[in-house]
Design a binder for this molecule. Sequence first.
Ligand code: ADP
Ligand code: MG
Length: 283
Amino acid sequence: MEQADRIVETHGLVKVYGDGAAVRALDGVDLALDAGEMVAIMGPSGSGKSTLLHLLGGLDQPTSGQVIVAGQDLATVRSLDAFRARTVGFVFQLHNLLPTLTALENVEVPMRGQPLGRGERRKRAIELLELVGLSDRRDHLPAQLSGGQRQRVAIARALANRPRLILADEPTGNLDTAAGEEIMRLLNELNESMGTTVVVVTHDRRVARATRRILTMRDGQITDDHAMVDPLTEDLRELGRSPLGQSLLQGQVDELARAGYLSPEAERLVEGLREMVRAAARP
Ligand code: ADP
Ligand code: MG
């Protein structure tokens, strides 16, 4: 039985591109996301993050395995276009706004296929631009907006049909730090106020930290699934994975101390730090 609050489920998801020298972009991904989660997907370039996102959103089809979104097995969905329009909002690294349409008109585009009158469409687009803080930029063309503003328009557009799931692929990839933080704050807000499930692909650990769960991918597999805790513990865990943290944990510092390279004060500090890293590394 499907759990009521499961929004995404994949079973043994495999995606192979091409034949001959085929690339196994996804190599058996089992994933479950509950409605209302805010999740980051990290991992090196080429590890399969975008491929996974595309399959979750029905933009592409798996070689084998199953994708279930909002209770529907995507292999059995008759019109993936209609499914996408209703259920999923996409935000990409490059905003893909139509250059000749204003911000307001861009937000209206996904509503065109829906049974909405022109007036209703306009009203909703106005509300959405307000939600992303761009009421005063309604009639601007994309070229007249900053990168961060364009990305906010793209988010408003993704929300047009009140999707249950937002899939964002490197949404801060082209933005400076401040604009990127603004986008993550906005996604967090949407997640909290509307309960929209948000999946963000990023290779920026700071961006990932704005979520509550981090999945790590490597060679087409999910190799780590990590629930976020408090910032200090996150810092210590990160330190624990670094070369310094590893040498702390493995006691190489003790040798330095024995050889007289550390003052007693430094030794005490290191010992305290080691205890903290150790504690944080415990599951
Ligand atoms: P990521 O988003 O983590 O950088 P991708 O999902 O884009 O990774 O790619 C995973 C692997 O699949 C890479 O080796 C990539 O070169 C390959 N790949 C992605 N899309 C295609 C495609 N359309 N045709 C062939 N190979 C592809
Ligand atoms: Mg990618």
